[in-house]
Design a protein around this ligand. Structure first.
Ligand code: AMP
Ligand code: GLY
Length: 420
C-alpha cells in the first residue's frame, strides 16, 4: 500500500513510524513532515490546509490511502477534496469534523445522542456570559467555540480572568466544572462500526503537579492501571457508538478517529470534548502498544469495512511519553535552537525508547543539525514491563537530549506508576 500522511507533528511521526513497520506499506510519504519523519518517510512540500493541493499531491504520488493527522486540515475540508479525487482517506469530512471544530456543535450532538457531558451555555454577549458564569459558579470553565490549538479553554477560580477570556472570543461555551481524572479514549470508526483503542492519560498543564497554563499536552501514558476494566466498554456504549450513530443519522457520517476526552467524575463518566483526530501526545503511547499492523486498520475505516476487521492485538507492556517543549511554550516559543543527543538515544536506548519529532527541522541542506521549529519540539516515548520501567527508560533518554532553554514535566505517569 502506498500511503501519504498529512501533518508535521509528533503524532504524524508516531503514525509514520507504525506505518513504516507495517509490511503491507510499500511506499510511505508525508507532507509537510519534519526532520524526524524524514527518516521513515519521503517528505513533500504542501499547504496542508489546501485540499486541492493535497489531493493533487496524492494523485501525483499514486497514494492509495491518505491519512490526515491534524484537525485544521480536516475542519478545512481536506478529506473531502481527497475523497473527491477518488482516493481513500482516513479522516472525517469537513461537516463531520465540526465535532471538534465547534464546541457548540459537539454539545448539540451529545444532547441529541444522550451522551453524558457537562451542562453548558453557548454565549455571544457579555450579559449571557455573566449570567452563565453566575449560574455555575467557580471554578469557571470558558471555552472558545472554535479551534484554538489547545489554548481556547480557560479553567479558573478567578471571575475576572473568566470574563476576560470570554471577551476575547466571538462565541463561547461556558460549562459546569467536572472534577476527577481525565482519560483520552480513541476509537477508529467507518461511520457505522466503532473500534475503541486502549485508553491513555494526557497531562495538559505545563508544569509539574498540574500547575501552570493549559498546553496541547506535555506527556502521556497507557495503560491506566487505576481505571475500571469496564471503562472502554462503557464508553463505547454510552458515548462513542451513540455519537457515531447520531452523526450518521444527520447525514454527516463520521469516519476516521473519534477522540473522546473524558472526565471520570464521582457521578460517572462525562465527555469533556471530542476531537476528530488522533491526540498528541497520547497517540505515541497508544501506537507503541498496538501490535496489529496499522495500515490495514486505517484502510478498513476508509473503505467502510471495519466490521470485518479481526480484533485488535495489544502488547501487555506499558508506554510513557514525555514532551520536550521550547523555551516559553505555551506562549510564543523560541525556535532555531540546536538539538543534541538524538544519535545517543538511537544508539543507547532503542528499541525501548525512541524520539518522535514535533517542531523540528534541519538547519542546513547537509542535514547535519536538527533545530527546534515549534512549541512542542520532541516527544520521548518508551515501553517497559510496567509504567515504572517505561518511565525510567523515557526519562533516561530525555536526559540525553540537549536543547537550550527547553522544558519538560518530571512527573509524567509518576502517580499511576507509584499506585500500581
Ligand atoms: P478541552 O480543549 O475542551 O479538552 O479542554 C482542555 C482542558 O481543560 C481539558 O483537558 C481539561 O483539563 C480542562 N477542562 C475542559 N473542560 C472542563 C470542565 N468542564 N471541567 C473541568 N476541566 C475542564
Ligand atoms: N493531547 C490533547 C489533544 O491532542 O488534543
Amino acid at each position: 500500500m502506498n500511503v501519504l500522511v498529512i501533518g508535521s507533528g509528533a503524532r504524524e511521526h508516531a503514525l509514520c513510524r507504525s506505518l513504516s513497520l507495517d509490511p503491507a506499506v510499500t511506499a510511505l510519504h508525508c507532507a509537510p513532515g519534519n526532520a524526524g519523519i524524514a527518516e521513515v518517510a519521503e517528505l513533500h512540500r504542501v499547504d496542508a490546509l489546501d485540499g486541492e493541493a493535497v489531493a493533487a499531491l496524492a494523485v501525483e504520488l499514486g497514494a492509495e490511502l491518505v491519512v490526515v493527522g491534524p484537525e485544521a486540515p480536516l475542519v478545512a475540508g481536506v478529506a473531502d477534496a481527497v475523497r473527491a479525487a477518488g482516493i481513500l482517506v482516513f479522516g472525517p469530512s469537513k461537516a463531520a469534523a465540526q465535532l471538534e471544530g465547534s464546541k457548540a456543535f459537539a454539545k448539540d450532538v451529545m444532547a441529541a445522542a444522550g451522551v453524558p457531558t457537562s451542562r453548558s451555555y453557548v454565549c455571544t454577549t457579555p450579559e449571557e456570559v455573566a449570567e452563565a458564569l453566575d449560574a455555575f459558579g467557580a471554578p469557571y470553565v470558558v471555552k472558545d467555540d472554535g479551534l484554538a490549538a489547545g489554548k481556547g479553554v480557560v479553567v479558573t477560580d478567578d471571575l475576572e480572568t473568566a470574563v476576560a477570556h470570554a471577551a476575547g472570543c466571538d462565541r463561547v461555551v461556558i460549562e459546569e466544572f467536572l472534577d476527577g481524572p481525565e482519560v483520552s479514549l480513541f476509537a477508529i470508526t467507518d461511520g457505522v462500526s466503532v473500534v475503541p483503542l486502549q485508553p491513555a492519560q494526557d497531562f495538559k498543564r505545563a508544569l509539574d503537579g498540574d500547575e501552570g497554563p493549559n498546553t496541547g499536552g506535555m506527556g502521556a501514558y497507557s495503560p491506566l492501571p487505576w481505571a475500571d476494566p469496564k471503562l472502554v466498554e462503557e464508553v463505547l456504549e454510552t458515548v462513542l457508538q451513540p455519537t457515531v450513530d447520531e452523526m450518521r443519522h444527520r447525514g454527516t457520517p463520521f469516519s476516521g478517529l473519534l477522540y473522546a476526552g473524558l472526565a471520570i467524575t464521582s457521578r460517572g463518566v462525562r465527555v469533556i470534548e471530542f476531537n476528530a483526530r488522533f491526540g498528541d501526545p497520547e497517540t505515541q503511547v497508544v501506537l507503541a502498544r498496538l501490535k496489529t499492523p496499522l495500515a490495514g486498520v486505517l484502510k478498513a475505516a476508509a473503505t467502510g469495512d471495519l466490521a470485518d476487521l479481526p480484533d485488535l492485538r495489544w502488547s501487555d507492556e506499558a508506554a510513557v511519553t514525555v514532551v520536550i517543549a521550547s523555551h516559553n511554550y505555551p506562549g510564543a516559543p523560541r525556535t532555531g535552537d540546536p538539538i543534541t543527543g538524538l544519535a545517543e538515544v538511537a544508539a543507547e536506548d532503542a528499541p525501548h525508547a525512541y524520539v518522535l519529532h514535533a517542531g523540528t527541522k534541519y538547519a542546513g541542506e547537509d542535514r547535519g543539525t536538527v533545530v527546534s521549529a515549534g512549541g512542542r519540539v520532541l516527544t520521548v516515548t518508551a515501553t517497559g514491563t510496567d509504567l515504572t520501567e517505561a518511565r525510567e527508560r523515557a526519562y533516561k533518554a530525555v536526559g540525553r537530549i540537549g536543547l537550550d532553554g527547553s522544558q519538560h514535566r518530571r512527573d509524567i505517569a509518576a502517580k499511576a506508576a507509584a499506585d500500581a
